[in-house]
Design a protein around this ligand. Structure first.
Ligand code: NZQ
Ligand code: ZN
Length: 382
């Protein structure tokens, strides 16, 4: 085990915490409040932000779309540069927070912000960010990652930089009250996938990371089974905290990572606008079956520790079936239909995108080459 671990984001968790941005952001700061399509206007979050920023100088930028695009975000980059903004406040889900990470980094760069996503520019500074989370799912509120889309070319690519990690994250579970069921389900599934990407690899015997991952998986399974209790404070708070812990860096420290499901899933979103979490549920069962020999040990452990399955020679196979049944119990599909009728053309276009993005050796041991991806897609696409 060999790792450095630091999570510098201050978590402000609980009812009423939005008010604490009044002191979390220095009154000397010039703030840009960034949000999405306006859900915060109808659920009272916007008004709480306005009240809390009473003594601040601030302006706003709205219209960050789900799966945020560079084209939209560049307009905010121009505002940050021209108006000497020195604090960006992201108010939304993963898309708004990721979008702010791009804005913050691109605002300190003279070239095209997309260079950050293609690796042409290494981020070395960024405008400080704070986040008010409205949708628990991605963990973006306290991690250093972001995923941005270039609509023009249908590219959806990730970048990581410690400079864009939020200084603070407000997590008030009350903001979830207006979330549609579809987004709540997406949150459960995305957080579950984040744990799987860091846990379902190969046996390494790191007890803390494995044990903590199993707690998070059991939580998410329980929250899925108790979906009819989603209007309770307890359910909301548990999902919000679990989803945060799933991707705040802790369970991923010092262990192998997979992320192949995410990389292939991103292409489904870029091509057919599949919700992020749903793109993962389409790819993962097929990917696990394709990679079963590489992952057998961990699948068996997950079967025992998360699904309480009895040992058998086909425990790994039964665990994958249980994972898939979990998605179905949440009414989340595990086969893609959004591409239309031409399955062969759909597979070719995903493979073409993966090739273009250099995603040619994915997974914890780089075992998923393009031929494996093609095989995975053959089962994942209707
Ligand atoms: O635009 P608004 O009005 O905010 O509406 C949003 C959006 O339509 C709505 N919503 C959010 N909070 C709400 C609400 N509606 C009612 N009440 C509320 N309280 O929900 C819709 C979806 O929001 P979005 O932010 O797109 O969802 P999510 O949080 O799932 O984020 C998905 C994005 O995050 C990226 C994904 O690729 C995708 O682009 N990811 C980021 C990661 C990271 N930074 O670490 C990791 C993830 O794996 C993921 O890739
Ligand atoms: Zn995800």
């Amino acid at each position: 085990m060999h790792f450095n671990y630091l999570n510098p984001t201050e978590i402000l968790f609980g009812r009423g915490q939005i008010a604490s941005i009044a002191t979390a952001i220095p009154t000397t700061s010039r703030v840009l409040v960034v949000y999405g399509g306006g859900s915060i206007k109808s659920n009272g979050v916007y008004q709480q932000v306005v009240d809390a920023l009473e003594h601040h100088q601030w302006e706003e930028f709205s219209g960050v779309e789900p799966n945020p695009t560079k084209e939209t975000l560049d307009k905010a980059v121009a505002i940050v540069k021209e108006h000497a903004i020195d604090m960006i406040l992201a108010v939304g889900g993963g898309s708004v927070i990721d979008g702010c990470k791009y804005i913050a980094a691109a605002a300190k760069y003279d070239g095209d912000g997309w260079d950050i996503l293609c690796g042409k520019h290494q981020v070395s500074e960024a405008t400080p960010i704070g986040a008010i989370l409205t949708l628990p799912a991605t963990g973006s509120e306290s991690n250093s990652g972001a995923v941005i889309t270039k609509a023009e070319t249908k590219d959806k690519l990730p970048f990581l930089s410690p400079f864009v990690q939020p200084r603070f994250a407000v997590m008030d579970p009350d903001v979830m009250k207006t979330l549609p069921d579809r987004q709540l389900t997406n949150g459960v599934v995305d957080a579950w996938m984040h744990v799987c990407e860091q846990y379902l690899t190969y046996n390494h015997g790191h007890m803390v990371q494995d044990g903590y991952a199993e707690v998070l998986l059991r939580n998410l399974k329980t929250l899925g089974e108790q979906f009819d209790q989603r209007d309770s404070d307890e359910w909301r708070a548990n999902l919000m905290w679990t989803a945060n812990q799933a991707l705040n860096g802790l369970i991923g420290s010092g262990v192998p990572h997979d992320w192949a499901t995410h990389m292939i899933g991103h292409e489904l979103t870029a091509l057919w606008h599949v919700d992020h979490a749903r793109s993962l549920a389409i790819i993962q069962p097929s990917l696990l079956r394709n990679q079963i020999e590489n992952k057998r040990g961990k699948l068996e452990q997950m079967g025992r520790e998360v699904f309480n399955l009895t040992p058998s020679a086909d425990l790994a196979e039964r665990t994958i079936d249980a994972i898939e049944a979990f998605y179905h119990s949440l009414d989340v599909a595990t086969v893609l239909v959004e591409h239309g009728d031409d399955k062969a053309a759909a597979i070719d276009s995903v493979i073409e995108q993966l090739t273009k993005h250099g995603m040619v050796a994915l997974g914890e041991t780089q075992a998923i080459d393009l031929e494996s991806s093609r095989e995975i897609l053959r089962h994942a696409i209707a």
